[in-house]
Design a binder for this molecule. Sequence first.
Ligand code: ADP
Ligand code: MG
Length: 240
Amino acid sequence: MTDTGVLLTDIRKSFGNLEVIHGIDLKIAEGSFVVFVGPSGCGKSTLLRMIAGLEEVTDGEIEIKGRNVTDLDPSNRGIAMVFQSYALYPHMSVRDNLAFGLKMANTPVSEIETRVKAASAILKIDHLLDRRPGQLSGGQRQRVAIGRAIVRKPDVFLFDEPLSNLDAELRVSMRIEIARLHRELGNTMIYVTHDQTEAMTLADMIVVLRDGRIEQTGSPREVYENPANAFVAGFIGSPR
Ligand code: ADP
Ligand code: MG
């Protein structure tokens, strides 16, 4: 048992009688940036959603910071998730979008103000607080979505393909932003993508998934230079 980080033990998931995640064991070090990568349909989102508590596990255990969270609600797991679709409230200002979850949790107003201010400074969206999502660019909206996760001060950030709706140029600059965020905040981050470049540039540890199983776990360099099999080699793009 770890007392920090995230520990997955023999995680399985079935939809109906079809098993799509086949017994995942994984130890994620506290403060690391882990990327789940693999082709569409391999189970990345399902695995992330189980860690978030948005999807029940069929079998297995999830520990976060030494706590068994397997049966806890998402709000009690110390996690915050950033989705591909920004899912901002269109009728609310950026400020209110950032504050909403905290208000729901009865956080004192002064504390909400402090956290909204800090998050908007980190993400450089201070000047956008009075705008509505419809008045923002795609990149700005994604910053607000990330801001909503930051204000909750989670132990672990979960990202599900957060950049896949952005154009190529913006994807690169947001990727750099997310890397900076990880350096500044120091939290554990678990990031799902089917984009090899994102995986290689962001990760401390890459987890290559295929059909609900782990094919290989390692640093970007290990996975690139020493792929476990032809699938990993083909997917990561190394010359094996
Ligand atoms: P990825 O995020 O890697 O593209 P998913 O986790 O979304 O993959 O899906 C993994 C597998 O589980 C796929 O075969 C998908 O069709 C199936 N699946 C995902 N969600 C559901 C669901 N709610 N009901 C039935 N099957 C699902
Ligand atoms: Mg997915």
